[in-house]
Design a protein around this ligand. Structure first.
Ligand SMILES: [Zn+2]
Length: 444
């Protein structure tokens, strides 16, 4: 059944002033302004009050952290002390609480206009061995596309790492479970709803041997690789002290400098390192809100893009954001980048939209999502400009970022409406808020 999303108020696509036609899961045709579809149409959606964006793609998050937002133990601290304060609380995580946390984070993302989410789950206290399975089940229930990163930590305090012993696993357990979830869930084909990435957590919580073996395993399954890198000056000092190398040199040695690798944060890279990342096709997920909250520093977005590195956006874990609103992240990206580059034209509203769609898709190693074009997946985020904050706005696309849009009116994923009139059909939001709030009390 073909659907014509007709005459949008604004749209981020070339020559689609008359809207777009979707056919099943894909975009079939772009309609020029004043034109009509060339194919027979079954249904029409009047988009004259909507601004249409490619579905937003979030490339870094830790869903479980929604249980410890704005936690007094961690407020106003930088990354290492922040982690040390929260690790013992996170060690209490159980499957029921994780399921609620995942549902909350996915719902927040979806309502903000996100159509593909990536989660990085690296915490495995006893009993939480099915963490990836839970994320997959919840994503399928909501109909959202997802890259589930099977995270890992095998370097705990007893071996000189940062995390406590009870939240890590040994190398054999990690690799066996990574292979299990890759075999069960990873679908690398175009249009895929679930992909699995392997994601050893960070240089101060995993061994180089685990990084290297994860890369070999991911290559066997044509799966992406993900990790935190160059997030803070503390991390750089740790790598120099323990390994005698800078973080990126370490990454290169373990065989990660290749396309389908994407890094969270990527702040403390030199210009020469940005060039190396671009040449290798390694992506960087820019997380401006988290970087601001933890005072980690500025990502060299312009230098990375100029070097050819895919550049995406991520809200990061919900204890360092402390929200999961991807549309808000675009605004923060615009503001922090203009401050960093001290130029009001260095980064535009359309740049940050591109980062959160096309750039994020490239980070995840996908070419079937991220733009509005014929043949691409029908993943769309539609916003209305009917709130008071938009009254008087002229450029509808720029207004989304500049006036601070944070809630989609409609979201389509693979041709299915997953958000209608600003709500997820069939989801009792108040009940979810209540049960998640109750669960979070256990982490007080
Ligand atoms: Zn993170």
């Amino acid at each position: 059944m073909r659907l014509w999303i007709r005459n949008p108020l604004g749209i981020v696509a070339e020559a689609a002033g008359g809207g777009i036609v979707t056919d099943g899961a894909v975009i079939a045709e772009l309609v020029p302004a004043g034109g009509a579809p060339s194919l027979p149409i079954g249904e029409v959606f009047d988009a004259s009050e909507h601004v249409v964006l490619p579905g937003l793609i979030n490339t870094h998050h830790h869903f479980y952290q929604t249980l410890t937002r704005a936690h007094p133990a961690a407020i106003d601290q930088e990354l290492f002390p922040w982690l040390k304060a929260l690790y013992p609380l996170w060690a209490r995580l159980n499957p029921d609480d994780l399921r609620l946390a995942v549902r909350v984070a996915l719902t927040e993302l979806l309502l903000s206009g996100c159509t593909t989410a990536a989660d990085h789950h690296y915490l495995y206290p006893k009993g939480l061995e099915g963490a990836v399975d839970i994320a997959v089940e919840e994503a399928r229930a909501l109909g959202i596309r997802m890259t589930v990163s099977r995270g890992s930590m095998n370097l705990s305090q007893k071996d000189g790492g940062l995390p406590p012993d009870e939240v890590v696993q040994d190398e054999d357990t990690i690799l066996a479970d990574s292979e299990r979830v890759l075999s069960l869930f990873h679908d690398p084909r175009p249009g895929s709803m679930i992909q699995i990435a392997l994601a050893p957590c960070s240089p101060f919580s995993v061994t180089p041997a685990l990084m290297a073996k994860s890369a070999e395993l991911a290559a066997r399954f044509d799966a992406p690789l993900h990790t935190h890198l160059a997030e803070t000056a503390d991390e750089e000092a740790y790598c120099l002290q323990v390994y005698g190398r800078r973080p990126l040199d370490l990454l290169e040695e373990v065989g990660w400098m290749r396309p389908k690798t994407w890094l969270a944060h990527g702040i403390h890279f030199s210009c020469e390192e940005c060039e190396r990342l671009g040449k290798a096709g390694v992506g960087v997920c820019h997380c401006p809100t988290s970087n601001g909250v933890l005072a980690s520093g500025f990502c060299r977005t312009r230098e990375l893009e100029r070097a050819g590195a895919p550049l995406g956006l991520g809200v990061d874990g919900s204890a360092s954001n402390d929200g999961s609103n991807l549309m808000e992240e675009l605004r923060h990206a615009l503001l922090t980048n203009r401050l960093h580059y001290q130029s009001a034209s260095a980064v535009t509203a359309r740049d940050v939209i591109r980062w959160a769609s096309e750039g994020s898709a490239r980070c995840l190693g996908r070419s079937d999502i991220g733009t509005i074009a014929a043949g691409m997946q029908a993943d769309l985020a539609l916003y209305k400009l009917d709130e008071l904050r938009f009254s008087g706005a002229h450029d509808p696309v720029a207004a989304l970022v500049l006036c601070g849009a944070n809630r989609a009116d409609r979201v389509m994923i693979g041709g299915h409406w997953r958000v209608v009139d600003g709500a997820v059909p069939g989801l009792d939001l108040a009940a979810l808020r209540r049960s998640h709030g109750l669960a979070a009390r256990r982490y007080a």
